[in-house]
Design a protein around this ligand. Structure first.
Ligand code: GLA
Length: 655
């Protein structure tokens, strides 16, 4: 088994996507010089190189890549080599139109952009395998090669005919019989019963609401088809270089991929992360994605892409103010990253991303962006030997599951006024602001390492997941569940009584009579706080040990929050301060402690191994009380009992 540790060997990987085919070869030497100067030790090559490597069907042009691999090797820079399969050359679509995906209206996604491939196309898969095979045969033993990167941000859908055929095949494997499909999808409703497999289609454009079971399974199917594409290429490169780790880059909290399942198929888990520099909760979004990626990796992970400055795909694309790039990069390291990389090395001068920043921007070597990148490289070199391969221990786990998200996010639900990711962010933010370190976990994972487990919202839960939660509480764990949890089973079949009966019993609920979703500008007054988004009409069974009631309105006097021993149920989304207070209290009673006491509001603290990272997200200097004497690895100074952090300041303290 290989992993990131085999590549980092006591360093933090630092670098980014390098697309030298966009530049004349004279630039390459300058690239190498600037890379070395900035402490870059890793580049990702070839992500979008298919048409350069195979300009005509079956042709192979490896000479330019040979020269680049050598150049990187001569400069001591490792290469993460990508299979180029996320952007097929135009000839593939022209000669084999069946490789192009169709949207739900049957419209073709043409070449001219990227990711115009159907995961289900046998011809696409064959051509992708062929170029991967030759790439792996040629470079599998190259001394510059450190890792394989398969494809890029797998994220395509296909509603076309070949996808339809594979969907049926996938359903046969999952359910065995057509009767079982009809049962899982509840096709007795609206005369949807299937008599022949051939009648089953992907959920294409329909007159009115689509069958939710069909939509749910199509999402599962899509994730599985992309995973098949990934695994096929992974197996090829592994055959040629069994000791080189393999990754593919996730998008954060991307709806199209069950990343729990995918992570099990990777040697290194990597993610692309682009918080908006103007988002007041950008740092918390970063922390959430970092916690989730670390949990998927079960250890150190790779930040495959971030932006050194602005991106080009928001309405308004803000640059990073001075110091923010360093702060957010070190935050990733604090939360377990052993690789800090960017899209991309040199900012393009042409093409769709010419306004997207690079490590070397259009302003060049003297530009602020490159100068800050260089500073970061020096910082990472200082802390690398102390950090690489060390672990983070979390007392609290946040549960998340893509299947529940998929089941709960459909049309025709009680309220479309909230999104699952928003609820997840709200709960994680409460814990983040309380300075509690969190992992993420799947509801069927072993939860016993955690003092407290929180469930922001798991609309659909399997029986195994419910058993797991019950066993966790029985074993002494503290569980806090948010609204609309345990409502449906794995087929999106409603569990009667408003919530699974075993969970109702756990929380002291006799019946959940109605959901009372709230309008965007509406709140529900509760004892000591206000609820947002949602409220519930709950009849308790009298066994709860503590309740906080709704005040006024239709639900006056009914419990908004119930607690029965170590199991809590929160039937609304409390406003941020209240949610933080509630979760901090439940966590404290469970014995989970904040990383440090007395932290100023904008300072984030994380312990990694024996190091204490302090990250200041504000611009005014603050003094952080840190009992004892520490050595700051970044400044080289000894600090006693307190640390002063300036604008976006960071300290990495070793006892
Ligand atoms: C993604 C892709 C990159 C690039 C960046 C831009 O993460 O993987 O190729 O397009 O977005 O932010």
């Amino acid at each position: 088994m290989t992993g990131l540790g085999d590549v980092t060997r006591g360093r933090i990987l630092f670098g980014g996507d390098y697309n030298p085919e966009q530049w004349p070869e004279e630039t390459w030497a300058e690239d190498a010089r600037l890379m070395k100067d900035a402490g870059v030790n890793s580049v990702t090559l070839g992500v979008f190189s298919w048409s350069r490597l195979e300009p005509r069907p079956g042709a192979r042009e490896f000479g330019w890549l040979d020269r680049l691999m050598k150049l990187m090797h001569d400069n001591g820079i490792g290469v993460v080599l990508a299979t180029p399969t996320s952007s097929p050359p135009p000839w593939l679509g022209r000669l084999h139109p069946q490789t192009l995906p169709r949207d739900e209206d049957g419209r073709t996604e043409w070449w001219g952009g990227r990711q115009h491939f159907s995961h289900s196309s046998a011809v696409y898969r064959r051509h992708a395998a062929a170029i991967t095979e030759d790439l792996a045969a040629r470079y599998g033993g190259h001394p510059a090669l450190t890792m394989w990167h398969i494809n890029n941000e797998y994220c395509t859908y296909d509603w076309g005919d070949e996808a339809a055929a594979r969907f049926r095949h996938w359903l046969r494997n999952r359910y065995g019989t057509l009767d079982a499909v009809n049962s899982a999808w509840g096709t007795a409703f609206w005369s949807q019963g299937y008599g022949e497999w051939e009648e089953i289609l992907p959920p294409r454009r329909a007159h009115y609401l689509k069958n939710p079971g069909q939509v749910l399974d199509f999402k599962r199917f899509t994730s599985d088809m992309l995973l098949e594409c990934y695994a096929a290429e992974r197996d090829i490169v592994r055959r040629h270089s069994p000791h080189t780790p393999v990754t593919t880059n996730f998008m954060p909290l991307w709806a199209g991929q069950d990343a729990w399942r995918w992570a099990e198929e990777e040697d290194v888990v990597s993610v692309d992360l682009y918080p908006d520099p103007r988002d007041p909760f950008g740092a918390q979004h970063g922390a959430l994605v970092q916690d989730m990626t670390r949990s998927q990796a079960r250890g150190p992970w790779m930040l495959m892409e971030q932006a050194a400055g602005p991106v080009n795909w928001r309405g308004v694309n803000h640059p990073k103010p001075r110091g923010l790039n360093r702060l957010w990069s070190l935050q990733a390291v604090a939360r377990g990253a052993d690789a800090v990389c960017y899209f991309q090395w040199r900012q393009s001068r042409q093409g769709a991303e010419k306004f997207h920043s690079g490590m070397v921007g259009h302003a060049g070597e003297q530009g602020r962006t490159y100068q800050e990148v260089k500073q970061l490289g020096a910082d990472l070199a200082k802390i690398g030997p102390h950090v690489a391969d060390t672990r983070i221990t979390a007392d609290v786990a946040v549960l998340h599951d893509w299947h529940s998200w998929w089941a709960g996010a459909q049309d025709g639900r009680p309220s479309t006024r909230f999104d699952y990711p928003d609820v997840l962010h709200a709960w994680h933010r409460a814990l983040w602001e309380a300075h509690l370190t969190t992992d993420f976990a799947h509801p069927e994972h072993d939860l016993t390492p955690y003092r407290a487990v929180v469930v922001p919202q798991l609309y659909a839960l399997t029986d195994a997941a419910i058993d797991n939660l019950l066993a966790y509480v029985r074993g002494g764990g503290t569980l806090v569940c948010g609204f609309l949890t345990g409502v449906a089973d794995q087929d999106d079949r409603i569990r009667t009584g408003g919530m699974d009966a075993r969970l109702r019993d756990l929380f002291g609920i006799r019946t959940l009579h109605e959901w009372w979703p709230l309008e965007a500008d509406e709140t529900a007054a509760c004892d000591g706080f206000r609820g947002t988004l949602w409220s519930e009409e709950i009849e308790p069974d009298g066994t709860a040990t503590e309740t906080l009631p709704y005040k006024g309105g239709e639900l006056d006097g009914l419990p908004a929050v119930l607690r029965k021993g170590r199991a809590w149920y929160v039937s609304t989304l409390p406003e941020p301060d209240a949610l933080r207070g509630l979760l901090a209290r439940a966590a404290a009673e469970a014995g989970a402690r904040p990383v440090l006491d007395g932290l100023p509001a904008q300072v984030e603290a994380v312990r990694r191994g024996d190091l204490l990272f302090l990250l200041h997200h504000g611009r005014e200097a603050v003094t952080v009380p840190v009992p004892g004497t520490h050595h700051d690895l970044l400044t080289g100074r000894t600090v006693t009992d307190e640390v002063v952090l300036g604008r976006y300041g960071v300290a990495v303290l070793k006892p």
